[in-house]
Design a binder for this molecule. Structure first.
Ligand SMILES: *[C@@H]1O[C@H](CO)[C@@H](O)[C@H](O)[C@H]1NC(C)=O
Length: 250
């Protein structure tokens, strides 16, 4: 509910924009709607304090420039909405939680990200949850999962049924944005197969180790990678549209 209100609010501010800008900028709303960012910030903080999962949901939507802890960065504004939506492309382009390291690296590389940026972005799994269906095989069949965590996960994620039962991606500090996701990986406590792949004897192990020991390094790399993600082929100027309902094409 609050979620859709925030999205509505964002759309509303975008609608207020009469001017057409040709590219993203951090002060896109400075003249047309100077209070936009503080209003958004207030609404986001309120929503997150009411419902902790909102932080993860918003992070997933890439609508974020503030956290109660953790990194912050300056967001490039003025991105317009697509006139199309593809269920098939969403399924084929987004990396799967069942992927091995090499496929994860390929999937991110297809969008212009290095393996290093992929590891940094994966740190967003310090908050948020996943469905039983997405990690059942890992819990029951994989030997690379900490046995104490496996036992506790089995109680809410049985061998069959309860596919939608949720567990935290970071079981240690599930609602705090910190570097414990990487500490977990170093201790074989990654929830998803794709999480643990980042620390499984491959080329990304050393970076996971670095982040697990140094949150400042993680935050700096994460912020840079998020800004980069926000600039993936953005629609600007008169391209695309400004949706009256963010969830669907006008
Ligand atoms: C475990 O692996 C076997 C063999 O691949 C598979 O048939 C079974 O469904 C898996 N169990 C779970 C809980 O995913």
């Amino acid at each position: 509910m609050a979620h859709s209100k925030i999205l509505y609010g964002l759309c509303f501010y975008m609608l207020l924009l009469g001017l057409v800008h040709a590219q993203l900028s951090t002060n896109f709303y400075a003249a047309t709607c100077p209070n936009a960012l503080s209003a958004i910030r207030t609404a986001v903080l309120k929503a997150v304090s009411k419902e902790h999962r909102m932080g993860a949901s918003l992070l997933r939507l890439h609508f974020h420039d503030c956290f109660l802890s953790g990194p912050s960065w300056t967001v490039q504004l003025g991105r317009r909405d697509s006139t199309t939506a593809s269920f098939a492309a969403a399924n084929s382009d987004l990396p799967s939680p069942l992927m091995d390291l090499s496929d994860l690296i390929t999937s991110f590389s297809n969008k212009g990200f290095t393996a290093k940026e992929m590891v940094a972005l994966s740190g967003s799994h310090t908050i948020g949850q996943a469905r039983c269906l997405m990690f059942r095989n890992r819990v029951y069949n994989e030997t690379t999962l900490d046995s104490t965590l496996a036992t506790s996960l089995k109680s809410s994620c049985p061998g069959t049924g309860s596919d939608d039962s949720l567990s935290s991606l970071d079981a240690v500090t599930p609602v705090t944005f910190d570097n414990s996701y990487f500490k977990n990986l170093a201790n074989n406590k990654g929830l998803l197969h794709s999480d643990q792949q980042l620390f499984s004897g491959g080329t990304t192990d050393s970076q996971v180790k670095t982040y697990s020991l140094n949150s400042a390094t993680f935050y700096a790399d994460f912020a840079k990678a998020m800004v980069k993600m926000g600039s993936i082929s953005p629609l600007t100027g008169s391209d695309g549209q400004i949706r009256t309902n963010c969830a669907k094409v006008n």
